[in-house]
Design a protein around this ligand. Structure first.
Ligand code: HEM
Length: 155
């Protein structure tokens, strides 16, 4: 069931994509000098990122992570790519928090330095995230799904 209709991964991947689109729009807005709209749109982008994170963590705890179901010969490349994506997401999250705080505190020197970097990292996170989703569920059927809790408690 989980494999043929991966509803949670589809929702969470959509959240990253929506978040990245909002960051692009927020960047456009600040180029128009529209500070209030920039702030609103960037905070919505952060909410979608947070929603992604909540879904992802709940899934990891209660349902589990799905292993790669494609050919063994390319599994290593998938794994390296997945680690690269997770690395981008982690960097994006930390930079995102610092960028938001600098914006809210009106620390514009730091904010103007970080804003573009955070945005580009977040775009790359979204693109690699969609690629991971496609590799895991669309191009190949997902492998086994093992929950952390199931694995630990054995049911
Ligand atoms: C509460 C949240 C935020 C507030 C209040 C805020 C506020 C501002 C302000 C006032 C500027 C204009 C700075 C200036 O031209 O002197 C700015 C620029 C910018 N912000 Fe934000 N911002 C927020 C969140 C974000 C986030 C989350 C990102 C990226 C993910 C971001 C990316 C940018 C970028 C790319 C610029 C343009 C920098 C440049 O002109 O080179 N902002 N922000």
């Amino acid at each position: 069931m989980e494999h043929s209709f991966p509803i949670l991964p589809t929702i969470s991947t959509s959240c990253i994509v929506i978040s990245a689109v909002l960051v692009g729009y927020g960047w456009y807005l600040i180029r128009q000098r529209n500070v209030e709209a920039h702030k609103k749109v960037m905070l919505s982008a952060a909410s979608f990122a947070l929603l992604f994170f909540i879904i992802y963590i709940s899934r990891t705890l209660f349902i589990g992570n799905t292993s790669f179901g494609g050919p063994e010969s390319i599994r290593i490349y998938y794994t390296i790519f997945l680690i690269f994506h997770i690395f981008l997401a982690a960097v994006g999250a930390v930079f995102g928090i610092v960028t938001i705080l600098s914006g809210l505190k009106n620390n514009l020197i730091r904010h103007k330095r970080l804003g573009p970097i955070t945005s580009v990292v977040w775009f790359c996170t979204a693109v690699t995230g969609v690629a991971v989703y496609l590799l895991l569920y669309v191009f190949y059927r997902g492998g086994e799904t093992t929950s952390m809790i199931k694995a630990i408690l054995g049911f």
